[in-house]
Design a protein around this ligand. Structure first.
Ligand SMILES: *Cc1c(COP(=O)(O)O)cnc(C)c1O
Length: 415
């Protein structure tokens, strides 16, 4: 199947399914074998070596062992790579496993000058997902990290910098970062974009010069809140380095997860468009609500650099709001929602609300932590009128102080 001839919707439905006809099946097969019969020692050994170095299994030797290669995972990778307009993709057990592998692969492939024993250096543009911030701020991976703002990247890059990490739209402020500017500022240092919020439907970082586009597949790609996974789209050479780290550290995605995530890709474009349309209506409605101090949505600052136009195909379906009344109001709001679920994560068919400062961004250094009055909404596929009605009653509950609550609303009064 020639992916160049197809639009995103068609690719989402057909990508990674190229071998099914020859197998004589229509739905994606789930291959659960942990080990595979070896044709003989030499062929099996050669294939093992190829995969341990990050290559593909050799046809005559087979895929040997499921930590190295799994056909169900490989099909998901092909499907995602097509959507990202990338040569390849490598799937991991979680988004954080993918981020860890990206960092390890970057430090292991960079060739230091002889005698240079310094730690490798990474530049990270804040704000980032709390888990990513936590990983970088920990000393677990033995790298030096400079956290900076978008405009400070060029000044932060050193001669031992091996990777620049950015997230756009950023979590949870939905700030847009100019990917092309980061690539230019990097002056040849490879750039990783966390593309979880935009999805490949709205943004393709690799076509903007990034080396890697990372997804927490747990979110929009799976879309149903029932599979944890991560995936990185990249060129084939980078994929080799990532697969090598994956094989060595044992971070491969489970085939059941790969099946669910690949199935999720088929409806990704239609989910993203539908959820985005609801998000736009909700943003317009929220903008006039007296309990809301500020609405955060890509482009809501007027998009002075036209980034929506130049690097995205839409705004997505993540919305953050800061509430008048600060943390107390946020507490009442998250307890009052009925159709929205008060839960972390995002990008599923059902709407979620969470408080980043207390939860997803809790490990972030205080000066970089989101405001205590900010709550983040992930807009799902429910009817938008129902979502607005739910937000309306929850915002009313949020703005009522315990004293002003009538006796018959004792549930709110208890807060
Ligand atoms: C959730 C998330 C991650 C981490 O992914 P997991 O699948 O939870 O490990 C990374 N980046 C962003 C933007 C996320 O939302």
């Amino acid at each position: 199947m020639n992916s160049k001839l197809m639009n995103l919707d068609s690719m989402a439905v057909h990508g990674g399914r190229e071998d099914l006809q020859a197998l004589g099946v229509h739905a994606l097969p789930i291959d659960l074998s942990t080990t595979n019969p070896l044709p003989d020692i030499e062929l099996g050994g050669d294939s093992y070596e190829s995969m341990a170095l990050g290559g593909h299994p050799l046809p005559a030797g087979g895929s040997v062992y499921a930590r190295l290669w799994n056909p169900t995972v490989a099909r998901f990778e092909v499907g995602l790579a097509q959507l990202e307009q990338a040569q390849a993709a490598v799937a991991f057990a979680s988004g954080m496993a993918a981020m860890t592998a990206a960092i390890l692969a970057s430090t292991s492939t960079a060739t230091p000058t002889a005698g240079d024993t310094r730690k490798r250096h990474i530049v990270a543009v804040r704000p980032l997902y709390g888990g990513t911030d936590h990983l970088l701020a920990s000393v677990l991976l033995g790298v030096d990290v400079t956290f900076c703002e978008e405009g400070e990247v060029a000044g932060a890059v050193r001669d031992n910098t091996v990777l620049i990490i950015v997230e756009t739209p950023a979590n949870p402020t939905l700030d847009l970062v100019d990917i092309r500017s980061i690539v230019t500022q990097g002056g040849g240092v490879r750039v990783l974009v966390d593309n979880t919020f935009a999805t490949p439907i709205l943004q393709n970082p690799i076509s903007l010069g990034a080396a890697m586009s990372l997804h927490s597949a747990t979110k929009y790609l799976g879309g149903h809140g029932d599979a944890v996974g991560g995936v990185i789209a990249c060129d084939e050479k980078t994929a080799e380095a990532l697969r090598r780290v994956r094989a060595i550290t044992g971070a491969i995605l489970h085939p059941l997860g790969a099946y669910l995530l690949h199935r999720g890709l088929a409806t990704l474009p239609i989910r993203v468009r539908n959820q985005q349309a609801s998000a736009r209506r909700i943003v317009t409605w929220l903008a006039n609500h007296p309990a809301v101090e500020k609405v955060y949505f890509p482009g809501s600052d007027g998009d002075p650099r036209s980034l929506l136009q130049h690097q995205m195909r839409g705004q997505g379906a993540m919305v953050s709001i800061s509430l008048r009344g600060g943390f107390e109001a946020a507490t009442r709001f998250t307890s009052a929602v009925r159709i929205f679920t008060h839960a972390v994560s995002l990008g599923g068919v059902d709407s979620l609300v969470q408080h980043p400062a207390a939860l997803t961004h809790r490990p972030v250094a205080p000066e970089a932590r989101p405001s205590a009055s900010l709550v983040r909404l992930s807009i799902g596929l429910e009817g938008v009128e129902d979502l607005i009605a739910d937000l309306d009653q929850a915002l009313t509950a949020a703005s009522s102080t315990p004293d002003s609550v009538p006796v018959n609303q004792s549930e709110s009064a208890l807060l």
